[in-house]
Ligand binder design. Structure first.
Ligand code: NAP
Length: 283
């Protein structure tokens, strides 16, 4: 079965819109502001899409350009200003910022109640501790896909390939929270194909086009592919999983595009509305 993240993303955004309509009746307009590196076309495109989809759901927001001239002091001051501004419900620091800026310090300066992307040390600490807080949008989107299709994690062996802060690690923790037995793999893992073959749920978050082949997959496994890779000569982006061979073996699989990707934006917007609802005392 194809796990249709595109259709589910539409459904989540429709839910978001209904919640925004309700909260606007109380004169609260959810707002997401973002910092984006001006000279990174992918970041500009991602943030543009987040704002466009947000606007369609009634979420407003501003983008602040970060350039080679931007000073760290300005960035931290601006973040503090947004932390203190009650009309701003969420702040996104789009990765990567220009190299001369300290991105970790920026994330540490961001108030946990505004970190709707769920990647600050405060939010990740809350996930680790199992206490409420914003969860990272991409792995949260994967969990929503599992819920939507009634896929149980309890007692299953989940293998996550990748240990990045924004994807692999939080995905592993979320699966653990759902009582899966979790293995995290990375570039030094020995005999990766064998480890993958033991997975009931396989998450690919590697950034290597079509690395995971059909013969790495246990028959009947659930495969979630977070990969999004440009390949020269191919007109569409490809995942970390070789879809043609993997889909012959897996019971459920996310396609690329149209799987995990669209869910990321939908879950981010859902987090923004969560933030606005908690300001309104609704949560
Ligand atoms: P990343 O920070 O580069 O992390 C990649 C991880 O994969 C690292 O932990 C690395 O191991 C591991 N890895 C690399 N090569 C490997 C190999 N040959 N065997 C085993 N493990 C290997 O990437 P990321 O930001 O997590 O992104 C991963 C993928 O998801 C990319 O394709 C990216 O475009 C995509 N992505 C999608 C969304 C979305 O919204 N759908 C959002 C973010 C990212 P080490 O730690 O040992 O180096």
């Amino acid at each position: 079965m194809i796990l249709d993240g595109k259709a589910l993303s539409r459904k989540v955004r429709e839910e978001v819109k209904q919640r925004v309509d309700r909260i606007r009746e109380r004169d609260i307009t959810p707002r997401l502001d973002a910092f984006v590196a001006d000279d990174d076309p992918a970041s500009v495109a991602y943030v543009g899409m987040k704002h466009r989809w947000g606007e369609k759901a009634g979420i407003v927001g501003e983008s602040y350009s970060v350039t080679a001239e931007t000073k760290q002091e300005w960035l931290i001051e601006k973040i503090s200003e947004l932390n203190a501004d009650p009309s701003v419900h969420g702040v996104l620091i789009q990765h990567p910022l220009p190299k001369h800026l300290d991105e970790n310090a920026a994330l540490e300066a961001l108030g946990a109640e505004k970190d709707v992307d769920g990647i600050s040390p405060q939010s990740l600490g809350r996930l680790l501790a199992g206490i409420p807080g914003f969860r990272c949008a991409t792995p949260l989107g994967m969990m929503r896909i599992l819920d939507e299709y009634g896929i149980e994690c309890k007692g299953k062996h989940a293998v996550v390939i990748g240990r990045s802060i924004i994807l692999g690690k939080p995905a592993a923790l979320m699966l653990l929270e759902r009582h899966a037995t979790v293995t995290i793999c990375h570039s030094r893992t020995e005999d990766l194909p064998s480890v993958c073959r033991s997975a009931d749920i396989l998450v690919a978050a590697v950034g290597r086009p079509e690395m995971v082949r059909g013969d790495w997959i246990k028959p009947g496994a659930v495969v979630l592919d977070a990969g999004f890779n440009k390949v020269e000569g191919r007109d569409k982006d490809v995942g970390d999983v070789h879809f043609e061979s993997a889909s012959q073996v897996a019971s459920h699989i996310t396609p690329v595009p149209g799987g995990v990707g669209p869910m990321t934006v939908a879950m981010l917007l859902s987090n923004v509305v969560d933030a606005a609802e908690s300001v309104a005392g609704e949560r």
